[in-house]
Design a protein around this ligand. Structure first.
Ligand code: ATP
Ligand SMILES: O=P(O)(O)O[C@@H]1O[C@H]([C@H](O)CO)[C@@H](O)[C@H](O)[C@@H]1O
Length: 165
């Protein structure tokens, strides 16, 4: 196992670049873990679950909802941080290797192209409800739910700031 032989880590990639690197990782026998989300205002619940995710394999991919996708999912006042800002912050984390945006309501199609060895989400989800669950399982991959840090959410951060106003 030699992750260093895949040169581009801690990178923001297009879907096409990601697929190409994912294939190289497969040829090198590296275990690829993938997750996704809005990650609007990053908090310690995000950081601890991303760290746990990375420990499951060699490479961690984070697919990030674009601004239009976040607004459809979470409402017109969101996101607070735009796509580029959210991806920049995530890509700087030690645990995160490759970051990719997606514009759809769910990352199902992207996950079906990447076919990670392990697909993960935080403890606010049930495995069967996770987009890409069926595709990853059908390919022989695993779907895992990781620890949830109670009380940590972007919504709570926004509420706290509003209460100060
Ligand atoms: N407190 C937490 N502990 C562990 N994982 C979390 C926590 N909060 C969110 N996650 C995970 O982080 C990813 C991104 O979640 P998301 O951006 O929706 O966070 P959030 O804080 O719940 O946001 P919002 O309050 O806007 O709904 C998801 O995979 C989710 O399971
Ligand atoms: O940030 P969130 O709300 O955890 O992220 C969403 O996750 C959905 C998930 O994969 C459940 O199926 C996904 O469909 C949605 O696009 C967000 O990424």
């Amino acid at each position: 196992m030699n992750k260093a032989s895949i040169e581009r880590d801690h990178e923001i990639l297009t879907a096409e670049e990601l697929i190409s690197l994912r294939n190289k990782a497969k040829q090198q026998g590296l275990k690829v873990v993938m997750t996704n989300g809005c990650f609007d205002i990053l908090h310690s619940g995000h950081v601890s679950y991303l760290k746990e995710a990375k420990e499951l394999g060699d490479i961690l991919i984070v697919a990030v909802n674009t601004d239009a996708s976040v607004s459809r999912l979470k409402g017109p006042t969101r996101p607070i941080n735009n796509t580029q800002e959210r991806m920049t912050i995530l890509s700087a984390l030690h645990a995160v290797d490759w970051v990719v945006p997606f514009d759809e309501d769910t990352p199902r199609e992207l996950i079906a192209r990447v076919l990670p060895d392990i697909l993960v989400k935080g403890g606010d989800y049930k495995p069967e409800d996770i987009a890409g669950y069926h595709e990853v399982k059908a390919n022989g991959g695993e779907v895992r739910i990781l620890c949830f840090k109670n009380g940590c959410s972007t919504t709570n951060v926004i509420k706290k700031i509003k209460s100060l106003a």
